[in-house]
Design a protein around this ligand. Structure first.
Ligand code: HEC
Ligand code: HEC
Length: 327
């Protein structure tokens, strides 16, 4: 059974409602099937192969690092490090983002510039500070493993090559879905007690009194685009999306991260520079740094101790670990 269907069933079992299939997209989106692209249709066997590859350290030069080294299932597919360590203890420039719900993203990476998961998968494999593996050598290595060679022949009717590798890994990534948080049961499932009062008040703050949903709207809690949230006055070495297109309007712009499972994905921001939710809220409450590209919607605000607690409680109601039944 597809994990997305399992999550759907889990929701239905745990709920007193049976959701009608005719409900609008917004209402049931957390059990809506992922759209697999035409060029890479879903199959159970392909996803199983992708999963095996995702956890296989032989994808790295010295067989020490797998995708899962930096995208750990238990931490919502992050690694809880400020920045990540790859082959020979190489250090990435940025914090490893969650892979849950990547199926719904429109672009990938903090620079919001890679168009498909299939293309993204090649990047960490070849990146020197990550897996540092030459693609030609890797294909030779994996094609020589009978299990992989046979799986490629059976599923794709071809030898194990880069096509097989990237299609399988991305098909697996599209099954990493998590839309069964307390918030989902409250907001989409209409279970009024799924959230307690603090969490409900926090949602009001987040969505009505403050401006957070301008960039982090439900259901994905990202608007999918690169924004400048005034993290720094001077971004130093990592200027964000600017480094891809050289447009000065892009300085300090990073793809807005989802806030789903934020309780599990610390530390925060592209460089892992913030360790707690309080620190993040304080950043916005101060009106951020006022960088010239900072989105003007970000203005200072004041919350009392109780409201701060409520906003945090709401953010933590976006935690959903039901995906872990598959790991
Ligand atoms: C050494 C640590 C490391 C390894 C190994 C690694 N990643 Fe990542 N991953 C990262 C970091 C750091 C980023 C953010 C890079 C950026 O945005 O510039 C990232 C970003 C991503 C993204 C983009 C997510 C988004 O929200 O845009 C995907 C998808 C991804 N990785 C999948 C993989 C896959 C598949 C593998 C294995 C083939 C892998 N990663 C191996 C650290 C790692
Ligand atoms: C103008 C768009 C914008 C607005 C408005 C905004 N954010 Fe963000 N948010 C971002 C961007 C962009 C990042 C990532 C910045 C980076 O990586 O350097 C981010 C990061 C975060 C993170 C860290 C996520 C992670 O995984 O690292 C949290 C938590 C967060 N925002 C909460 C909020 C809250 C709460 C509000 C309302 C007070 C808010 N944001 C308003 C754009 C915005």
């Amino acid at each position: 059974m597809k994990p997305i269907v399992q999550i759907g069933l889990l929701f239905i079992v745990s709920s007193t409602f049976i959701l009608s299939r005719c409900q609008s997209f917004e209402k049931i989106n957390f059990i809506t099937e992922v759209k697999h692209p035409e060029g890479n249709p879903y199959s159970k066997e392909k996803v199983a192969l992708g999963r095996q590859l995702f956890f296989d350290k032989r994808l790295s030069r010295d067989s020490s690092i797998s995708c899962a080294s930096c995208h750990v299932p238990q931490f919502a597919f992050t690694d809880r490090q400020k920045i990540s360590s790859g082959v020979d203890n190489g250090k990435t420039e940025r914090n490893a983002p969650t892979l849950l719900n990547v199926a719904f993203l429109k672009t990938f990476m903090f620079d919001a510039h890679i168009q498909t998961l299939e293309l993204q998968a090649i990047v960490p494999i070849q990146e020197h500070v990550e897996m540092d593996m030459n693609m030609v050598d890797l294909i030779r290595r994996l094609n020589a493993i009978p299990e992989y060679r046979n799986a490629a022949l059976q599923i794709f009717n071809r030898e194990f090559d880069a096509f097989v590798l990237t299609r399988s890994i991305s098909a697996f990534e599209r099954t990493l879905v998590s839309f069964n948080s307390k918030f989902d049961r409250y907001y989409y499932g209409k279970q009024s007690n799924a959230l307690n009062n603090d969490e409900k008040e926090g949602w009001e703050l987040f969505s009505k009194q403050l401006y957070c949903t301008k960039c982090h709207p439900a259901p994905y809690f990202t608007n999918f685009i690169a924004e400048n949230n005034g993290l720094y006055n001077d971004y130093g070495k990592d200027q964000g999306r600017f480094r891809i297109f050289g447009d000065s309007n892009d300085i300090g712009k990073f793809k807005v991260p989802t806030l789903r499972n934020i309780e599990l994905t610390f530390p925060y921001m592209h460089d892992g520079s913030m360790v707690s939710i309080e620190e993040v809220i304080n950043h916005y409450a101060k009106g951020a740094t006022g960088h010239s590209n900072q989105n003007k919607i970000i203005q200072p605000f004041k919350l009392d101790g109780k409201q701060l607690k409520q906003l945090k409680a709401f953010l933590f109601s976006l935690t959903d670990t039901s995906y872990l039944i598959d790991f």
